[in-house]
Design a protein around this ligand. Structure first.
Ligand code: NAG
Ligand code: NAG
Ligand code: NAG
Ligand code: NAG
Ligand code: NAG
Length: 396
């Protein structure tokens, strides 16, 4: 009889576990101001704008800390630290399984413990290593971002002490945004770790974190002017996003760097160190933001990576036709050893010097292994169902 009881309890546990992973009230977008004691509404004007939630619903361990000095970026003012345990995890419940998300974890040490010893630790998602986090005394938030298709209707984000040190992990913010209709070419065997996302030609007065009106995916675009190129921009700036591939914000497409001469190229060096050998993904955005006279000029470029030609594209003019045309060129996967040289050269027949508005660079992380784990848990579920049927037939 005791054996039956044990089996019955086991069945119930199996069902509880499976039911919780398909929670009905899951989120579509979620952002957590870790360690905060109150929720902060989003400032935007749309309902779909995402509030900053407190973290107690998503994690059971850790301690809330308030930083000694107040920062204008309020998410940085509090954090949750994990002095106990090897591994501390957030469970993020989503609306459904098989959704593509942009995950971003933020870390701001701010000497909260008064020790002036910024810790290092590891960040994981669903059992896959996401990043080695090295915090610092710097005044800037450190972000680690990942594009990833969840396998279940939830994701587990864990902070892990690394074996050889006693550093205490912490986290300041955790964000997850649904990006299902962007980055179309992604599949569920590969997650993409963000290396850089740059708004070329824009100076630092341009917001890097834009509101929902301009940035429906809450991406952070780092502004970068380059003195060896022309830094050009649209005559009038709009604060909305472009309709089309990946929905780039207008304040990103409205800026660009352009070679000074028609026959010159744009050279960009991407340094992946300390990661040496990576499969890189490049997403380049093109639109000439400047009104040109005469209007019959054509602009097109050839794109090279490490002197291999990878693509040719036209660059639409913002003022042509309906003023909302742009081209996105995605190159993957490109094997890279330490660094890559991206060269944008004028294509034959182009009457304008080459330009570039923005570029995102990712490196691939294989997540097909944790797909394996998922299959294992489905197998357990089916096995438990099977056992239940046997149990029922024995009981009744
Ligand atoms: C940024 O650009 C604006 C508008 O062109 C200009 O007023 C401002 O001085 C620039 N800021 C810097 C730091 O270059
Ligand atoms: C652009 O080309 C002109 C004429 O070929 C040359 O005089 C000038 O120095 C070039 N400018 C740059 C920045 O290379
Ligand atoms: C573009 O237009 C200008 C004047 O409007 C004309 O002189 C020139 O030949 C045209 N160029 C092309 C490539 O059609
Ligand atoms: C990139 O360009 C620099 C300068 O031309 C060169 O030294 C380096 O070897 C190039 N790197 C690769 C990976 O081709
Ligand atoms: C991955 O995607 C494929 C095709 O879209 C689907 O058949 C498969 O079930 C997905 N795998 C997981 C683990 O979600």
């Amino acid at each position: 009889m005791d054996r039956w009881k044990t089996m019955l309890v086991l069945q119930l546990v199996f069902y509880a576990v499976n039911a919780s992973s398909y929670e009905r009230d899951g989120f579509y977008n979620l952002r957590i101001d870790c360690g905060a004691s109150t929720e902060t509404p989003a400032p935007g004007k749309y309902n779909s704008d995402v509030p900053w939630r407190t973290d107690e619903k998503f994690i059971q361990t850790g301690e809330n800390k308030l930083l000694p000095t107040s920062h204008t970026d309020f998410q940085m003012n509090t954090l949750r630290s994990f002095p106990k345990g090897q591994k501390s995890c957030y469970t993020l419940p989503f609306y459904r399984a098989d959704y593509k998300f942009l995950f971003r974890a933020g870390f701001y040490y701010g000497n909260y413990d008064g020790l002036s010893k910024p810790p290092s630790f590891r960040l994981e998602i669903d059992g896959t290593s996401w990043a080695d986090v090295t915090t610092s005394m710097s005044e800037e938030m450190i972000y680690h971002e990942l594009l990833y298709i969840t396998k279940k209707a939830q994701a587990r984000v864990c902070l892990i002490r690394t074996m050889d040190n006693i550093d205490v992990p912490f986290i300041s913010s955790l964000e997850a945004y649904n990006i299902d209709v962007a980055y179309d070419w992604m599949d569920n065997t590969t997650a993409l770790y963000l290396h850089s996302r740059i708004n070329y030609g824009a100076n630092t007065s341009i917001e890097q974190r834009m509101n929902y009106d301009a940035e429906p995916y809450y991406r952070i675009w780092k502004s970068k002017e380059m003195s060896n190129y022309r830094n050009i921009h649209a005559d009038s700036m709009r604060f909305d996003y472009m309709i089309g591939e990946n929905r780039p914000p207008f304040p990103v497409m409205g800026f660009a760097i352009q070679a000074r001469n028609l026959t010159d190229s744009i050279y960009l060096s991407i340094d992946f160190s300390p990661r040496t050998s990576v499969q890189a993904y490049f997403v380049l955005y093109f639109m000439d933001p400047v009104f040109r006279v005469p209007q019959n000029q054509t602009s097109s470029v050839e794109i090279y990576i490490d002197s291999n030609e990878r693509a040719v594209t036209d660059i639409p003019n913002y003022n042509s036709l309906f003023g909302n045309q742009f081209h996105v060129v995605t190159l993957f996967s490109v094997p890279v050893n330490g660094s890559a040289n991206v060269t944008i050269s004028p294509a034959e027949g182009s009457t304008l010097a080459p330009l570039l508005n923005a570029m995102e660079v990712f490196s691939a992380i294989d997540v097909s292994e944790s797909g394996h784990l998922f299959n294992l848990s489905s197998l357990l579920f089916i096995t438990s169902l099977h056992l239940l049927v046997i149990l029922m037939t024995q009981l009744f």
